[in-house]
Ligand binder design. Structure first.
Ligand SMILES: Cc1ncc(COP(=O)(O)O)c(C=O)c1O
Length: 348
């Protein structure tokens, strides 16, 4: 049973939910559960506050830290739900196994998420596509120096209200010098270190005027992988094509959602390696008509310019497949199209 200590002073009345800057405004509460003496203890929801942490906390030194990014929405008829929470738990579990962290029982995770969202649902902006971005985070809190697996952890859930950002089409550089993930590494874990290591190459690309990089495989730099916090899709000869989940990319929940929607709409799909060479010749001969990214934050977002070794290409299509998929996803999320896959888990 999760205990709730309500925040006596809500920031909601003084918060403008029409245009919150992504990630800057948090809701009134924090979920906290502790792992100690070999077990996860029942969690509690408390007023949002800073943590008291030893400077020796092992996560700060050796990066046993994993997280999730998921969303809660309201349907058109005013009910509140979380999108695919069980799948986020499955991915969190995979990340935690890779980082040698003790698995969070599914029942604890799901109860924490639904109790937390139920308490904070007034924070969901009413604008179309408004959502609560949920950030479950687990890290090694044990205080001690020593390169070892921690014996104490904290599991937190925080939330930020978000509205759909006007997402301008992206300009990306295919990265062939630096790598995000190697085979046998941590590429398919949502662990903190993956993000810190991606900053420098991304920063260099941004200095050259790009928004993001598209990573390539670490061994040969000849196959594309993913981009920033998005999986990548290309429409090649009418087939919706995306790199396979080989262990070096994050298995995006939106990626999986888009693939299932496409199958349902009889759009041909293929999960296979896409070489940089194929990408370049596809832009040249017009067989690639769309290229776009998918992720929880932006849902689907067009990539307008792709730079390969200094040569820049733009697909010539109208993005009709991306738009159809994006609007179908939006209709499912708003409750106007049947959720045949049971992706929406209601909290009220
Ligand atoms: C590295 C990376 N790839 C892909 C994604 C897209 O995953 P999802 O669709 O589950 O948000 C994310 C976002 O979490 C990410 O951080």
């Amino acid at each position: 049973m999760i205990t709730i200590e309500k925040n006596p002073v809500s920031l909601l009345p003084q918060t403008d939910l029409t245009a919150p800057v992504f990630g800057k405004i948090h809701t009134d509460h924090l979920f906290v559960a502790e792992y100690k003496n070999g077990t996860w203890h029942e969690g509690k929801i408390i007023p949002f506050q800073h943590l008291s942490l030893s400077p020796f906390a092992l996560a700060l030194h050796y990066a046993q830290s994993v997280f999730e990014g998921m969303k809660a929405f309201n349907t058109a008829d005013g009910r509140t739900y979380v999108f695919r929470p069980e799948d986020h738990h499955t991915r969190l579990t995979r990340s935690m196994q890779r980082m040698c962290m003790p698995e969070i029982p599914k029942s604890l995770f799901l109860e924490a998420v639904s109790t937390f969202v139920h308490l904070e649902k007034e924070w969901i902006p009413s604008a179309q596509g408004g959502a609560l971005y949920l950030r479950p985070l687990v890290f090694a809190s044990e205080a001690r120096v020593g390169v070892k697996i921690a014996e104490e952890y904290l599991f937190l859930i925080m939330a930020c209200p978000t509205v759909p950002m006007y997402s301008k089409p992206l300009s990306v550089k295919v990265e062939t010098q630096y790598a995000r993930a190697a085979e046998g590494g941590t590429g398919n874990a949502k662990c903190a270190g993956n993000y810190g290591a991606a900053f420098y190459p991304t920063h260099l690309a941004q200095q050259e005027g790009f928004d993001q990089v598209i990573w390539t495989d670490a061994k040969t730099h000849s196959f594309i992988e993913e981009s920033g916090t998005m999986n990548v899709f290309a429409v090649i000869n009418g087939v919706l094509t995306t790199p396979p989940v080989s262990g070096t990319i994050l298995e995006g929940i939106t990626r999986d959602t888009i693939l299932s929607i496409a199958k349902r709409m009889n759009i041909p799909t293929e999960e296979r390696k896409i070489s940089v060479e194929e990408l370049e010749s596809g832009f040249k001969n017009g067989s690639i008509t769309e290229i776009f990214g998918t992720g929880t934050a932006a849902a689907v977002i067009p990539i307008q310019k792709v730079s390969i070794d200094g040569r820049t290409y733009s697909p010539e299509g109208e993005y009709s497949i991306m738009n159809q998929l994006g609007s179908t996803l939006q209709s499912i999320r708003s409750g106007t199209l049947e959720d045949t896959q049971h992706w929406m888990v209601f909290v009220d």
